[in-house]
Design a protein around this ligand. Sequence first.
Ligand SMILES: O=C(O)CCC(=O)C(=O)O
Ligand SMILES: [Fe+2]
Length: 285
Amino acid sequence: MKINSKQIKNFNEDGYIIYKSLISKKEIRKIFLQLNSLLNTILSHNNINFKKNFSVEKKYFLLKKKKKLLKSKFYDCIRILDSFNTVIYSEKIIKIIKKLLNTKTLLITNHRLRTDHKNEKANLSLHQELNNISTESALIFCPLIKVNKNTGSLCIIPKSHKFGHLEFNNSKIPAEEYNNGKIDKIINGTEIPNYKNSKVKELFKKENLLFPNLNPGDAVIFKSMLFHGSTHYRGPGIRWTMLGNYHLPHKTPYLLDEKFKSGGSELGMPMRIPYKKDLKKIFKK
Ligand SMILES: O=C(O)CCC(=O)C(=O)O
Ligand SMILES: [Fe+2]
C-alpha cells in the first residue's frame, strides 16, 4: 500500500491515519527472535535457570524476578537492537512519513518498544506530544500484537490537533504523572474534569474517544498535537509496541535558534523543548 493523496488529506484533517501492515510479519518475527536471544544471553550469563522454549514473556518476567535492574537494562537495549532500528529507519516507513509531512528531510528521535502488561502497567493519560525536539512531528504507534478497545490500546481524539498546543492543568508535566485525563475514568464516568481549559473539557469526552482496531504490524500514524493516551493491556502476554517520532527540521528550535533553552536532553544533547513553553509562540509561520 502506497500513500495516496486521500491519506495525506485524512492525516491533515483528522490528525491521524491507520496504516495496515506497516511492519511485516517477517520483521516482527525477527524482532521477537532477537528479543528472545538477548534474554537467553542475559539469563545464561547470570546462571538463571530457564528453558530455551519458554516464551519471551516468561523469560522477561523471570529476569525481572531474579535481576530487576537487568530487566530494565534489557529494556533500554531494545532501543539499540538492530532488527528494531532497521524497521524504525526502513525505507518504507521513511517514505510514508515524508509524504505525510510533506518534507524531504526528517529528524528521528525517541524510538522505543513500549511494553504494557497486567503486572507492569504503563498506560498514559490523554496528552499532546510535548517535551520533544520539535513543535511538529508525526508519531508511529505500531503494536506487534493484536489490540483493540477490549484488550486495551491507544486511544485518540480525532481532529483534536486542529487547536494546536492546548495548555491545561496537567500539560506542564509528563503524561505518566497526570492526575486526570485518564481514559478509563472518562469512559466509566468517574473523571473529574478540572482541566482549567474549556476546550480541553469539551474534547476529553467519552464520545470523542477512538480506539483503533489493530492487527500485529498495523500502525496509527498521528500528528504530535493530536490528543492521545492509552488504556492498560488486558490481553495475554505483553503489549509490545513500536513507537517512533519523526520531526520536521524547520520546526526544531534546537537546530534553528541560537538562544534555544532546552528542557531536557535527547541522546545526551539539550534538544528538548521545555513542557512550560507555549508551542504556539515558538514558530509564528
Ligand atoms: O503506548 C502508549 O501508552 C502511548 C505512548 C505515548 O503516547 C507516548 O509514549 O508518548
Ligand atoms: Fe504520546
